[in-house]
Design a protein around this ligand. Structure first.
Ligand SMILES: Cc1cc2nc3c(=O)[nH]c(=O)nc-3n(C[C@H](O)[C@H](O)[C@H](O)COP(=O)(O)O)c2cc1C
Length: 251
């Protein structure tokens, strides 16, 4: 499917759930990216955009941003109920409001859901097996099986990637910082919708085989895999080290 066909399909077929979107069979990044995002703030603002779903309320529990910041926690245990496509797109849209020096907007998103998670698990297990000295013992087989099942821990995984970021305008580390800010925006948007998220990396995020499967080159960077779902557990508020212990005032 060409990039143009994919865009047309995503704009006309109005899929309800994320998994209704046909996964790209072409592994080139350009074919995965150009999903049109909707504005969701007010009905007036929505009027310029064709709704993707009918009668699907977006469950946003509007709260002061500071409350959302304080409530956000990493939550690994989620149900298999899939967030709606609108909820995921709201997270992506939140990411795009992050600041970036020279307005490089260094982020790319690859959404892994449905059976693509199984394919991802196979790639993760294959890449792990290449890193293992012993891959045939019972212990190694069990470890590979656990690796294969990891993407099934949540119904949706948002991959935040940076493509050709060393060629982007500005200093590379500043673009990475900007991508980190974009991830935090996503996490906060999810928190506001009472979704659970967990930002994961690990060896998988640096593995060339995984990057290739995602349509990336080894030089591209995976900022994180954001596992998203509905929480199975409640987490206590985290009490971080008080900022005064990390702060110097010059006056
Ligand atoms: C860049 C990055 C990578 C992370 N990778 C993992 C990971 O691979 N596995 C994991 O369980 N948590 C991961 N985390 C989440 C942290 O463990 C978590 O944010 C930290 O324990 C603080 O808990 P909180 O998010 O609930 O405040 C990662 C966080 C960041 C920022």
């Amino acid at each position: 499917m060409s990039a143009t066909e994919l865009v047309q399909k995503t704009q006309t077929s109005k899929p309800n759930r994320v998994q209704d979107a046909e996964p790209s069979t072409d592994k080139h990044m350009t074919n995965i990216l150009p999903l049109k995002l909707r504005q969701l703030e007010t009905p007036e603002q929505q009027s310029d955009f064709e709704p993707m779903t009918q009668n699907q309320p977006l469950l946003v529990h509007e709260q002061p941003v500071f409350d959302v910041i304080r409530k956000r926690r990493s939550v690994g245990q989620v149900t298999q109920e899939e967030p709606t496509r609108e909820q995921i797109e709201r997270m992506l849209e939140a990411a795009t409001y992050a600041p970036s020096h020279h307005v490089t907007e260094p982020w790319r998103f690859i959404i892994i859901t449905g059976t693509a998670r199984e394919e991802f698990g196979n790639i993760m297990a294959a890449s792990l097996s290449l890193r293992m000295e012993d891959r045939f013992s019972d212990k190694a087989r069990a470890q590979l099986m656990r690796e294969r099942n990891k993407p099934l821990r949540a119904p949706v995984i948002i991959t935040m990637a940076m493509v050709n970021f060393k060629e982007m305008k500005g200093i590379p580390i500043e673009n990475i910082e900007s991508a980190g800010a974009a991830v935090q925006n996503m996490l906060l948007a999810a928190e506001e919708m009472e979704l659970a998220t967990l930002w994961r990396t690990g060896d998988t995020a640096y593995d060339p085989m995984v990057k290739r499967w995602l349509g990336m080159t080894p030089e591209d960077h995976i900022v994180g895999f954001i596992y998203v779902g509905f929480p199975k557990v409640t987490r206590p508020q985290r009490v971080p080290t008080h900022f005064s212990q990390r702060t110097t005032w010059l006056s």
